[in-house]
Design a protein around this ligand. Structure first.
Ligand code: NAD
Ligand code: GLY
Length: 359
């Protein structure tokens, strides 16, 4: 097992990464204050891993909520199912919520923990690669609104993140690639040597090689933990973590959420960010091509859906959370391994990038 720390003063917490962590009660016990635990999972993950987790929680009152599976259930209505059980089973302010699932379960369980009795402790047990390298770390929690994704939420840090690599054995290939998109993101935005490693080890990652996965998760979490420690509430550098996301969200929004996985849209979005950075003369065309090849090697899309239009991109990007005072800001690359958030670009470069991706 490897452990690293998210350094946030008295809200710091460990991330444990390794095989078979779910069945090690001693990893959980130090982070559960009271006698009550409420496990939040979903109908896909619970049949696979809930019993193993419950066996590790034998010393506690354990109640469970099994949510329907899917991004479309990431709503305030579904959140109420968690509050219903917490109240019916009389969970006190000393309870600990545990998220067992991918990013959808983790974001909802975290938000429920932030709101239940004005805030209780929670633990993240992420079960997708995407949630192990991104959503379980850093304390962003929340649900979607009909008018926007992740628009209702809170910053609420967990007590512990337990990234058990064994559970990835059942993860579908498409979900694995979507997680690798976020792994590649860390290389492109701030860790050039990690790009070299990913080029050499992409086949091992796609084959779910245990050592390769553990290394990639650890290095990704280290990168994310460093950024979050510098800027927990996204006043500055945390926005780098959205590399490719403004383009990607436009794709997800235009196709309808769920058509492409988030990581797939981010893959095509990062190709667009690299292309635009090359058009602005910030990185070479060869570097943009290198980023594109790495994303393609992860079996991710490198072009936007051909059904989309330039207008769809522009209107969806106009409502991005990074729009400030009506001005669109994008995360682009000053070099491979060096992200920047900027509004300083010619609109013609953006239009050329969109049309290149649609061609
Ligand atoms: P997800 O939670 O929908 O999981 C993907 C699918 O895999 C689901 O069907 C799930 O049931 C299934 N699954 C999960 N673990 C499995 C396993 N071990 N074996 C088999 N199937 C398994 O999607 P995701 O990609 O994990 O997360 C996406 C969500 O994360 C989005 O809602 C996004 O907004 C959010 N997110 C949040 C942050 C953050 O910082 N909080 C960052 C990135 C993404
Ligand atoms: N996934 C982006 C962030 O955590 O800020």
């Amino acid at each position: 097992m490897q452990t690293l720390n998210v350094d946030l003063g008295d809200r710091s917490y460990p991330i444990h990464i390794g095989a078979d962590l779910l069945s090690q009660p001693e990893l959980l016990a130090p982070h559960i204050a009271g006698k009550q635990v409420l496990v939040v999972s979903n109908e896909t993950v619970a049949p696979l891993y809930l019993e193993t987790l419950k066996a590790s929680l034998a010393d506690y009152q354990v109640d469970t909520v099994v949510l329907p599976d899917g991004e479309r259930y990431k709503t305030l209505e579904t959140l109420n199912l968690i509050f219903d059980v917490a109240l019916e089973k009389r969970h006190s302010r000393n309870t600990t919520l545990i998220a067992l699932g991918g990013g959808v379960v983790g974001d909802m369980c975290g938000f429920a923990a932030a709101a239940y009795q004005r805030g209780v402790k929670f633990i993240q047990i992420p079960t997708t690669l995407l949630s192990q390298v991104d959503s379980s770390v850093g304390g962003k929690t929340g649900v979607n609104h009909a008018l926007g994704k992740n628009m209702i939420g809170a910053f609420w840090q967990p007590q512990l993140v337990l990234a058990d690599t064994t559970v990835l054995s059942t993860l579908p290939e498409r979900e694995l690639s979507a997680g690798i998109a976020e792994v590649i993101k860390y290389g492109l935005l701030g860790d050039a040597p990690f790009i070299d490693w990913l080029e050499d080890n992409m086949s091992a990652l796609l084959a779910k090689d245990e050592a390769a996965l553990t290394y990639a998760i650890h290095r990704s979490c280290q990168n994310k933990a460093d950024v979050v420690a510098r800027d927990e509430r996204e006043g500055s550098v945390r926005a780098w973590l959205n590399l490719g996301h403004t383009f990607g969200h436009a794709i997800e929004h235009s196709l309808g959420y769920g058509e492409w996985l988030h990581g797939e849209a981010v893959g095509a979005g990062m190709v667009m960010a690299a292309d635009m950075s090359a058009r602005l003369g910030w990185i070479s065309r060869a570097d943009a091509e290198r980023a594109t090849q790495l994303i393609a090697a992860a079996r991710l899309p490198i072009k936007a859906p051909s059904s989309m239009t330039e207008e769809q991109f522009l209107s969806a990007m106009a409502v991005d959370k990074k729009v400030l005072d009506g001005q669109l800001r994008l995360v682009l690359l000053k070099a491979l391994g060096e992200a920047v958030v900027t509004a300083d670009f010619e609109p013609s470069a953006l239009l050329a990038t969109i049309n290149e991706s649609l061609s």
